[in-house]
Design a protein around this ligand. Sequence first.
Ligand code: IPD
Length: 291
Amino acid sequence: STLDTAAILQFACDLARQGGQVIRDAFYGQGLSVEGQVKNGNPSDLVTLVDQHVETLVFGIIRERYPDHKLIGEESASDSSWTLADDPTWIVDPVDGTTNFTQRFPFVAISIALAYRKELVVGVVYNPVLDELYSARQGHGAWLNQSTRLPFPTGQPAPLPPLNQCLVGFEHGSDRTPAVLDSRLASLRRSGGGEGGAQVRGVRVLGSGALDMCMVARGATDMYWEIGSHLWDIAAGTVIVREAGGIVVNGRGGDNFDILGRKYLAIRAAANDDDAEHSIKHALAREVLTY
Ligand code: IPD
């Protein structure tokens, strides 16, 4: 059967706004508490009542409308208990940027994606504090608030500058296992010009992988990379980046995108995106990522 992705996108946008309202109310002290509890004994990994409540709310609404679809959510997935199958599968991060949320730092988002046959086909990321909704479906572009085509300001990509003029988003993440920490810091060192890397103009750490992807789609940053993030952090953002003309790879410049790879690099759309441009992007990927 084929999926009506136009209807699914609209449903996902409405759903993101509903979940977003719960987040916004709590953020402004008018609903549930923003207080964080430590997850898995890791003080850098938090969960709040709002994460759990929004995931339950969103899953309930999806089940009612699409009872046959599968669900993967950050708060109900345990590291061993979920797999991505060919069925239509919703991938939800109820609050991306939970640490930001507990601090009332205004970069938080609800992220909702749909995968079908293991391909990402619809993505919605909504920042309810700034009231910015990013949405995309395969083949139909990426949009801000369902009205302005991305990237800014014209909906057309600008030339990609050399790496020493690039603004690069990254995240420190919550995974502090030595191997992950080492490769993350090595990549950061290279992007600072160390270890033979090319020095980038600047780095930005927003605290939300989903919103980092949206910044790439907007053209606000030239790229974003993270090591250790999960599928639900980047699934919706991946559709949005691609539909804004950008690319998402797994490092080492490879074309193969491993959806479960837990290492992601997104690069914004570039004007004149011919073969030469394509290889420049992949050279950038190799420069920035060392793993
Ligand atoms: C986290 C945020 C953070 C990123 C982590 C994610 P959460 O998501 O996106 O910026 O570095 O990798 O897990 O836990 O706040 O939903």
